[in-house]
Design a protein around this ligand. Structure first.
Ligand code: ATP
Ligand code: MG
Length: 566
């Protein structure tokens, strides 16, 4: 992890590119790509890669392509192709007219494979998947040549053509590169280039029944597009010799692969397979459930693209794997929303307060500041009346030490309004439940200060019962209780770490009337509570809010030292 001072201009990838520009490698060009497989929604880990690829190109006056790595028709869907584009745009990046699909290159890739066969560098193999595994050997033992290793070039060309023509069933043949079954790098032990899959593809339909493997498609697609720096995550480091071997044997333009450490976040899973499982098993409401680490989930929750880009900047780019504290992401969101979110008052767990000496029918408009950090945000009027809601937790009948909020006989300030003093507690005679508080107000304290200079120790937010909008609030906690949900005991899965209390729905909340007409996606600070975003489930009669993040981290003490060198 890099510290806060590490600006994006100092990471090792930018250093490499700077040097390449200086030496004139790639004629000084910088051209990156972001290559998602459309088999799921983008998550915060992808955001790191997007910010890096587009950010680097931006810094060096280069370009970035969006290329779908759509080589596996069994798992890929148009829904994902669309959501991925929407998410990248939302993050604030633009691939202009450079939207590509690996499937656009299927014919070219086929011709490249023919070229390898003709060079005696690829062969059709009839071993089954299990046999191939068996022949491959292990990390400590060399593999053995396939019995089909020495087929003639003519026979290979003929069989490969017939594979394409659909003459063979799935799994009966593969095309393999002829490299070295004794290589210390398993990726070089005659890797598969093509497998037979009689499956319809979301773009090429029934045109193909052989599909290229990732390694075969990826580097050649980079080459076709004139990519200069092919930035990928560390697990591809061992694939780089293969990436290079293909391009060298094909004698085509050769981009440079560079690996960086993927983003890992604690309390989070980022494998698309696991995220898909959460969706399919309805552990969450969908890919855009506000608890998901997907960009669509975070957007729905109220995260801003600015906050996510800031987060990507702060975590920096390194060569070593590490786990980032999710509290840093929440910090970035809080920082950004603090500057931009208008303040409003809402009461989540209402407790009724009756101000006995306030005139029955009087309504006063109290002037409230929209954003104390931004004068241009102006003010608004909030209606005040005889009956109000305050938070249940702002009252204690028998206040413990250091509880400075409302209690019998105690005076507090109502934000933007008056000082009130609690004079009585109305209870249900049977259950002893508190039904309402009785208070008096001091008319001389309007606006929030006493002319005689007396002080109160607490300021509470409130909503007039007559004017309050009924709203629903959804509060989220971490989706997983374990710091590393992937670490499981014998017989368990990551699902055993799910937090049963990750969603709390508060159905009877009240917000000040200025929120009427707020639209899905609008973000606010509810004073003293946190940041909230209007959910798409809202209806004209009831707004639904997602809590984006609480005002302060209530989960763990945020480790200031770690991030800010304090
Ligand atoms: P899989 O290949 O298992 O489906 P993936 O997460 O690698 O999942 P891709 O669609 O292939 O998904 O990823 C697109 C790009 O995003 C790749 O270049 C990949 O390296 C990068 N990426 C994926 N996850 C992360 C992460 N956690 N941190 C940084 N980059 C990531
Ligand atoms: Mg991948």
């Amino acid at each position: 992890m890099t510290d806060n001072d590490s600006t994006s201009s100092t990471d090792f990838i930018r250093t490499i590119i700077q040097e390449d520009k200086r030496t004139g490698k790639f004629d000084g060009r910088v051209h990156t790509r972001f290559p998602p497989e459309p088999n799921g929604y983008l998550h915060i880990g992808h955001a790191k890669s997007i910010c890096l690829n587009f950010g680097v190109a931006n810094d060096f006056g280069g370009k970035t392509n969006l290329r779908f790595d759509d080589t596996n028709p069994t798992k890929e869907e148009v829904e994902y192709v669309e959501s991925i584009q929407a998410d990248i745009r939302w993050l604030g990046f633009d691939w202009e007219d450079r939207l590509f699909f690996a499937s656009d290159y299927f014919e070219q890739l086929y011709q490249y494979a023919v070229k390898l066969i003709k060079k005696g560098k690829a062969y059709v193999c009839d071993l089954t998947a299990d046999e191939i595994r068996e022949y491959r050997g292990t990390l400590t033992e060399p593999g053995r040549d396939s019995p089909y290793h020495d087929r003639s070039i003519e026979e290979n060309l003929d069989l490969f053509k017939r594979m394409r023509a659909g003459e063979f069933p799935d799994g009966s043949h593969t095309l393999r590169a002829k490299i070295d079954m004794a290589s210390g790098n398993l990726n070089l032990r005659d890797p598969i280039l093509y497998r037979i899959l009689h499956e319809s593809h979301h773009r090429t339909g029934g045109q193909w029944c052989i599909y290229p493997m990732y390694d075969w498609a990826h580097g050649q697609s980079d080459s076709i597009e004139g990519i200069t720096h092919s930035i990928c995550t560390l697990e591809f480091q061992d694939h780089r010799p293969l990436y290079d071997w293909f391009l060298d044997e094909l004698e085509i333009y050769h981009p440079q692969q560079i690996e960086f450490a993927r983003l890992n976040l604690n309390y989070t899973v980022m494998s698309k397979r696991k995220l898909l499982q959460l969706v399919n098993e309805k552990r969450v409401s969908g890919w855009d459930d506000p608890r998901m680490p997907t960009l669509s989930g975070m957007r729905r929750r109220g995260y801003t693209p600015e906050a996510i880009r800031d987060f990507a900047d702060r975590i920096g780019v390194a060569r070593n794997d590490s786990v980032v504290d999710i509290a840093l992401l929440e910090y970035c969101v809080r920082q950004d929303l603090n500057q931009r979110a208008p303040r409003v008052m809402a009461v989540l767990n209402p407790l009724k307060v009756v101000i006995d000496n306030y005139p029955d029918d009087l309504v006063e408009d109290m002037e409230a500041i929209n954003n104390p950090g931004d004068d241009s945000a102006g003010t608004r009027q909030v209606p005040f009346s005889k009956e109000l809601y305050i938070e249940q937790e702002d009252f204690s009948e028998d206040p413990p030490k250091k509880f400075y909020r409302l209690a019998p006989g105690r005076e507090v300030r109502l934000r933007y309004a008056y000082f009130i003093t609690c004079t009585g507690v109305e209870k249900d005679p049977e259950t002893d439940e508190i039904l309402a508080l009785h208070c008096t107000y001091d008319p001389a304290t309007r606006g929030g200060d006493a002319p005689d200079g007396r002080k109160v120790k607490a300021t509470l937010h409130w909503v007039s019962t007559r004017h309050g909008l009924p709203v629903e609030v959804r509060q989220y906690d971490r989706l997983f209780l374990a710091e590393n949900p992937n670490e499981v005991a014998e017989g368990q899965t990551f699902l055993d770490h799910l937090n049963p209390d990750s969603l709390e729905i508060l159905e009877t909340c009240y917000a000040e009337p200025s929120l009427k007409g707020a639209a899905a996606g609008d973000r606010f600070q509810f004073e003293r509570l946190g940041y909230f975003c209007v959910d798409k489930d809202s209806s004209p009669s009831k707004l639904v809010f997602n809590r984006t993040v609480a005002l302060r981290d209530s989960w763990a003490k945020f480790e200031n030292k770690r991030f800010f060198g304090g």
